[in-house]
Design a protein around this ligand. Structure first.
Ligand code: DSN
Length: 410
């Protein structure tokens, strides 16, 4: 085996390390894993095939892998007080796909949050498997409040008769009432799947109500607020354990990524700590502080604010689209993504808004004074967007600022 370093790839990684260090990451779905997670995800565990489940594998030599997956499952169950857990989904999409495969047949009616209102591709979007294989209907948000309107969702559920209702979102800044969703699902005889990909860390820390007692299925990702490696997970009631496990393997996946499952196991343990709870509290505090700052400087926020780790900033007051905002902010080293706002007059690739999250900057140790500084940077970039010299100067200042918050201190 050649021990020679692949210069092409190592240079790209070095450049990416520099980009992460020298920029401010406000992408609401991203975070930085701990050094321990980083090291196990790059470990020899990547070598092992382990199709199946602990003590029921299709490959020999799984005695250590079995222990590993068992620890990951036990920790996930404890973290969310669930009855059963599956840690194998490669991502949130696969977690959702496995739930659908477990309880639906092609053509069944599903009801999910409209992507344009803050939902996710896998909640029934036409260009995604979920909208191709099943018959999707959507709920959105109330035009006035821009929040979920549970009476309206009930009416849509009654008129469409879904077999499965999916709740959870990718761009929704408010608390989701999982109990109310479960009442709606029960009243129309539907299963409920709560996708907590974005808010898993907040739920684990007890800072957002948990759906576990209300939904038959809970899906999520490990890499957003939960701050683990990229991946997915499923929680379900014991009575669905077998059909969920079968849906993941052999239903939609082959061999599990054991190096990633090791990282997940560490993330679940980290998430049980006092420090993690404090971290989640700080994410929310930073987010609401930033939201107030945006409002004070004349931006409009969708729903008027935030209860969680993200906010949606409607950029129309500043006469700039989401796409242009993303580009200008990116050019000075502030990473955000453009995002449709509810009832957006622009198509999604242009969009009126940007989605801003505080999980990543909070991991870097930034607090209120840094958030205030970031707001100043954003304002300056938006105001001086046509002045290349000023933007270049701002970029240098942002680089200096961000570099003071090392992601992986030596
Ligand atoms: N792409 C993720 C996000 O950014 O929210 C959702 O899968």
């Amino acid at each position: 085996m050649s021990g020679k370093i692949d210069q092409v790839i190592s240079n790209i990684i070095r450049q990416e390390m520099r980009r992460e260090r020298e920029t401010i990451n406000l992408i609401a779905s991203e975070n930085y894993v701990s050094k321990q997670i980083l090291s196990v995800v790059g470990s020899i565990l990547t070598n092992k095939y382990a199709e199946g489940y602990p003590l029921k594998r299709y490959y020999d030599g799984c005695e250590n892998i079995d222990k590993l997956e068992t620890v990951a499952i036990e920790r996930l169950i404890k973290l969310f007080r669930a009855e059963h857990a599956n840690v194998q989904p490669h991502a949130g999409s696969q977690a959702n796909m496995a739930v659908y495969l477990a309880v639906l047949k092609p053509g069944d009616v599903i009801l999910g949050m409209d992507l344009a209102a803050g939902g996710h591709l896998t909640h029934g979007t036409k260009i995604n498997f979920s909208g191709m294989v099943f018959k999707p209907f959507y709920y959105g948000v109330n035009r006035e409040t821009e929040q979920l309107d549970y009476d309206e969702i009930l009416k849509i559920a009654q008129s469409t008769g879904p077999r499965l209702i999916i709740c959870g979102a990718s761009a929704y800044p408010r608390i989701i009432d999982f109990k109310r969703f479960s009442e709606i699902a029960a009243s129309v005889g539907a299963y409920l799947c709560a996708d907590i990909a974005h808010i898993a860390g907040l739920v684990a820390a007890g800072l957002h109500p948990s759906p576990v007692e209300f939904a038959e299925f809970v899906t999520g990702t490990t890499h957003k607020t939960l701050r683990g490696p990229r991946g997915g997970f499923i929680l379900c009631r014991e009575s669905f354990a077998q059909c969920i496990d079968r849906a993941v393997f052999p239903g939609i996946q082959g061999g599990p990524l054991m190096h990633v499952i090791a990282g997940k196991a560490i993330a679940f343990k980290e998430a049980m700590s006092r420090e993690f709870r404090l971290y989640q509290k700080n994410i929310i505090e930073n987010c609401s502080f930033m939201a107030r700052g945006f409002l004070e400087t004349g931006y409009r926020l969708v729903t008027g604010g935030t209860d969680n780790h993200l906010m949606l900033v409607d950029m129309r007051n500043k006469h700039i689209t989401g796409e242009e905002s993303q580009k200008v902010l990116g050019s000075v080293g502030i990473t955000v993504n453009r995002n449709a706002i509810p009832f957006d007059p622009y198509p999604p690739n242009i969009a009126s808004g940007i989605r801003v999250g505080t999980a990543a900057i909070t991991t870097r140790g930034m607090g209120k004074s840094e958030v205030a500084k970031i707001l100043d940077f954003i304002n300056e970039a938006i105001e001086k967007r046509d002045n290349v010299t000023e933007l270049n100067f701002l970029k240098k200042r942002i680089k200096k600022f961000a570099s003071q918050f090392p992601i992986y201190a030596k």
